[in-house]
Each structure stands twice: as C-alpha cells, then as structure tokens.
Write a protein of this length. Structure first.
Lengths: 221, 221
DNA sequence: TGATCCATGTCAGCGATTTGTCAGGTCGGT
DNA sequence: ACCGACCTGACAAATCGCTGACATGGATCA
C-alpha cells in the first residue's frame, strides 16, 4: 500500500519512513505544507501520516483543504502538542486518528492498520458459509439474503464459528472466545445460546458434534 | 471525451494530441491565448490541457477568466517552469492539477484521468446518506434540503457517523472521536446527545444496534 | 452587575431486550 | 435400557438505551 508521510524533521521522517517501509508500505514523503497538499490532492494514497508542526501551510489547513476537495483517504495526525482541544480540532478537520509524540513505532503501525481497515469501508468484509452471510461492518448476519437480528452474544458466537467454519470448535474454546473467561462450568449457558441462535438462523447452520463441540460446515448441501 | 489542448509549440502540440487521440480522446487544439479563451468559454470540453507559456494572453489569465465566467471543467496545467510557488498560483487560479515539463506521456494521461474522475464526483465534500446531507466545508447539515442548526457536539457526532456510514460504530469509538477521551463511563451523555440529534434530524437517521453501537445506514439507491 | 439564553452534563425511572438458571425432556452410543 | 451429553421452554435478574426534568456554566446583552 502506498502512503504519504508528511514530516518536516528529516531525522524523524527517515526513521518513520524506514519503519513503514519495513512494514511493507510504499512511502512517499513531503516536507512542507504546500508539497503535502499538492501530493495528497493529486495522487492516490492508501493513507496519510500527517505531522501538524509544518513550515509553509499548517497541517490542519492542509487536511481541511483535502477534505474540502473531497479527498477521503484515512489520515493519522502526529503532533508534539498533546492537548485535548487540539485533538478535537484535528477530528473536526477530518482526521481519522491522532497520535501524540513521542510514540512507539509499533503504536504508529497499529493505529495505521486500524484506520486503514476501518476506512477499507465499502469493500465490505463479508464471510459466507452456505447460505448464511456475516457482514462484519454492519455486525449483521443474513440467511439467504434475509437480515437477522442477533444479540451481541449471539453475534459473537456466530462470528467465531463462521470464521472457523469447517472445523469442530470445542465448548471450552467457545467459552473463552464468546465470553471472556474460560472457566466455571456448571452452567449450560452456551447450550442455551446455541439453541437461541438455531431458532433464528435455522437448525442446520450449527452442527452438534456430541462430546467434541460444535461446527459450521464449509458448504452445506 | 472531448478535450481542449492549449499549446503554442506545434511540435509538442502534435505529439501530445497524437497521444491523447491514441488514448481515445477527441482533441481540439488552440495555439494562443485568445483562441483558447474563446473556445474554452463557448464550447464544452471534458477537460483542458493548458500550457502556461503562451503568446497573446497568458495561460493563467485565460484560466482565471474561465473560472470567473463559471466554467468548471477540469484543467491540467503544463509548464516548463517548475517552482512550487507557481504550482500554487495555478491551483489558486482554479487549476485541478499541474504537470512540469518535461513529462512522460503516461503521466499526462494518468493525471488527466485523475482530474476527470475527481471532477465527476465533484458533489464531494458533501456527504449524502438517504435524505440527509453533510456539507463539511460549511459545517452544516440539512434534511431534504432544509438546513438544520446543530450544536458543535451534535455536529461532531453526525459528521463522524456520516463519514463512517454503513458501519456500526461502537459507543466507545464515538466517545473517543466526539469527546476527546475514551474513559470514565458511568455517564449517558452520549445517549442523550443521540437523542437530541434525533429530535432534530428525525428518528430514522441514526439506527441503534443494541449492544453494538450506532449506525447511519448507507443510502439506498 | 444581573438577567437570560444556550449547550451540555446528570439523574432517575421506564420499557424492552438480553442473558443466566433451572427443571425437565430428548437423543445417541454402549 | 441406561447414562451422560445436549436441547427446550419458562422465568427472573441484569442490562441497555430512551426520555423528560433539572443543574451547571459560559456567553451575551441590557
């Protein structure tokens, strides 16, 4: 993925660019506001890392002009000044996230991944198994195109089973991943939950493997 | 698509026109500022490729007069002089992109495609979802064309939800992006805020996904 | 200065949904 | 036929989100 890094301090720019390249991004760098604005307005980037303290045009102004021109790429703001008010300014200008300096490189990478994923937007992440679909963006499942309302716990169960479809998932594993804990088992809450989901999605969706756990088959007949 | 190429050097004009025609455009050529101005003002072109070094009227002056007359076709500026300052001048005059000579023909084509594409979606900077509109430039919201007055916080909420429409946004994410913090939650301020926005924009605009968060549905076509 | 307005947070109570528990019932394998 | 694993329906408790009323605090204006 192609990134634009806007940073006037050459040392920092080199460090960050190096880390981003090591993480597999293609990085272009702008050193002042004018250049940043021009590149961001004319080229297509998967994301922008934008330092606020710039010579030339202020970073926030650059961002605002991009947004005013309809540029929608995700933007991660970097700034030395960490005030709450400024963060809100950044968000108003259309930033997607905000990272105060100094920061650890892993955090930059994590936040970048997060905003890119969130922004990946219209490329909906949909998991399909047989005639049931899981739309992770809308947190909704549908059966043969009919959307079904699931409660949060039900959704987590379906989501986990669907992402591990074609494999038997033990009750213990489900306990860990659907509820937070892994223990205290004198409850049949999970079985009840499975029952409720079956009532909504139809009984064939989740198979019982007596003594082993549950499974959503890869492609039901 | 019909293009206007403004270039006084016959050799370059022929080269560029040839490449553009090979790429499937219909090309008309102007050789001086007066002719360019007249054609651009009276005919309809999908885009203009405009050389700045012209006899007669200067290219920038031509562009400014077009814009002053309300001509909005995308314009790509060509110039031998490559300073950032001049780029910015051109952009202030209303150019959509800028290409310094010498250039590779593929780059010209790429930039042309880019400005044409961007110009096609020029309703942008306005986000539309269903019958509500968000004008990010003016920070205003309207429903079915009727402008609505929102308080700063209400605007931030709507703006964030609209920029991420079609996706469920958790209360925590909203807390972070509407207020500055992600902490201290024994408050229902966000729910109250949502309620107030609904009272102004109508109850269907923001969907509640109990246990998940809120969502503004994608505009149905 | 005081009166007033507006934006925003807090609180309490409601109604609906969600979820755990329990008490049988069913099913499958030995 | 038996046993344990699993299912089902019913109920109660907990949780969630909405609403109206009120409190606070800053800005504005007479």
């Amino acid at each position: 993925m192609r990134l634009l890094l806007v940073e006037d301090d050459r040392r920092i720019a080199a460090d960050v660019a190096g880390a981003l390249q090591a993480a597999g991004y293609v990085v272009e760098t702008a050193r002042d506001g004018e250049e940043a604005w021009f590149l961001g307005d004319t080229e297509d980037y998967g994301a922008v890392v934008l330092d606020l303290g710039l010579p030339g045009m202020d970073g926030l102004a650059v961002l605002k002009r991009w947004r005013a021109n309809g540029r929608t790429m995700p933007v991660l703001i970097l700034t030395a000044r960490g005030s709450w008010a400024e963060r809100v300014d950044g968000i108003d200008a259309g930033a997607d996230d905000y990272l105060p300096k100094p920061f650890r490189m892993e955090e930059l990478l994590a936040r970048l991944r997060a905003i890119v994923r969130r922004n990946a937007g219209h490329a909906s992440s949909v998991v399909v198994a047989g005639d049931i679909e899981l739309d992770e963006r809308q947190m909704r499942v549908s059966v043969r195109g009919v959307p079904i309302t699931l409660s949060p716990l039900e959704y987590r169960l379906v989501s986990y089973l669907l992402r591990h479809r074609g494999r038997v998932v033990s009750q213990h594993e489900l306990d860990e991943n659907v509820y937070g804990h892994g223990e205290d088992h004198d409850s049949n809450a999970l079985e009840v939950l499975v029952g409720r989901v079956r009532k909504k999605l139809g009984p064939e969706v989740i198979e019982t493997r007596r003594g082993f756990g549950y499974m959503v088959p890869e492609a039901p007949p």
